[in-house]
Design a protein around this ligand. Structure first.
Ligand code: GUN
Length: 295
């Protein structure tokens, strides 16, 4: 039987409606307006598209939002100075520096410069450390989106065999950490597979929940999964072009074949993608509340 499709577009819409109400209430009752700045260095087309999406959503939700574009030859010192300025700005509750940065700039140094209390991307080591010890404040957005998709699709995580494919710092490692916490919407037995894994299929075939962030189209084929598995495909690969000339997107999972075996599966596009921006908005609302002493 073909799998149930878990629509990130639908879940994201639902969460954004909840957030919009929360933002209205914050304004009316407490005169608090969540503020988000997105800093874009250079003109990478994919980054422009991501940042535009983030700003559009922030405006739709009624945020104070700033798009700060900087040339790709900006010095590291100037960029650090800019971050310091936003760290001190009381109207700004969330600071996002779009990655990747030009090679001349030390990405780690820049991420470390963001005040952890305004790190709505959840990339600062303080926030990643808090996640690891079960004290998370700002979860990285894509992993948080994956967890919300599982919760809101009614997928039981407690005691489930979760297999994560990919060990990146922004998806694989944090999503594994989120799902192993002794908390609601988690409490799973988690395995992480990566390029050093000897027999990938022996692990993926055991999965009740398979989360794939491998960065490779068709990394997961139907013979690598068991019947009824819930598949969350985090991959975003641009292959070929559609009729309108735009790049065609596909995930890391052989969707057409795997959906015939899976119990539920996320599509690409329309799966994890819309959730990432939504979790950024959720983190920014949370930060605004914390800064106003309301959380
Ligand atoms: N580049 C690609 N995805 C992301 C993201 O989630 N946050 C930031 N800051 N940069 C990115």
């Amino acid at each position: 039987m073909a799998a149930k499709i878990i629509s990130g577009t639908e879940v994201a819409k639902q969460i954004r409606e909840e957030l919009k109400k929360e933002v209205e209430e914050l304004k009316e009752k407490h005169s608090v307006v969540p503020g988000l700045v997105t800093i874009l260095v250079g003109e990478n087309p994919a980054s422009i598209s991501y940042v535009t999406g983030k700003q559009k959503t922030a405006k739709e939700l009624g945020f104070h939002s700033i798009q700060d574009n900087q040339p790709d030859d900006i010095s590291e010192e100037k960029l650090l100075g800019l971050i310091d300025q936003y760290n001190k700005d009381p109207k700004i509750h969330g600071i996002l520096v779009q990655l990747p940065l030009p090679k001349s700039i030390n990405e780690t140094k820049v991420l470390y410069a963001i005040d952890p209390a305004k790190d709505v991307d959840g990339f600062h080591p303080v926030n990643l450390g808090k996640l690891m010890i079960g004290e998370a404040e700002y979860l990285p957005c894509t992993p948080a989106g994956v967890q919300q998709l599982l919760i809101r699709s009614g997928t039981e995580t407690k005691g489930a065999e979760v297999v994560v494919v990919g060990r990146s710092n922004i998806v694989g490692k944090p999503v594994a950490n989120i799902l192993l916490q002794k908390q609601d919407g988690a409490n799973a037995t988690v395995t992480i597979c990566h390029t050093g894994t000897k027999d990938m299929a022996s692990h993926t075939k055991r999965a009740d929940i398979l989360i794939v962030a491998a960065g490779k189209p068709k990394a997961i084929t139907a013979d690598m999964v068991k019947d009824g598995v819930v598949v969350i495909d985090v991959g975003v690969n641009r292959i070929g072009k559609t009729e309108s000339g735009k790049a065609k997107l596909c995930g890391d999972v052989d969707f057409d074949a795997v959906k015939e075996k899976a119990g539920a599966i996320t599509p690409v596009p329309g799966g994890v993608g819309p959730m990432t921006i939504t979790m950024l908005m959720m983190n920014t609302v949370k930060s605004a509340k914390v800064h106003a002493g309301l959380n």
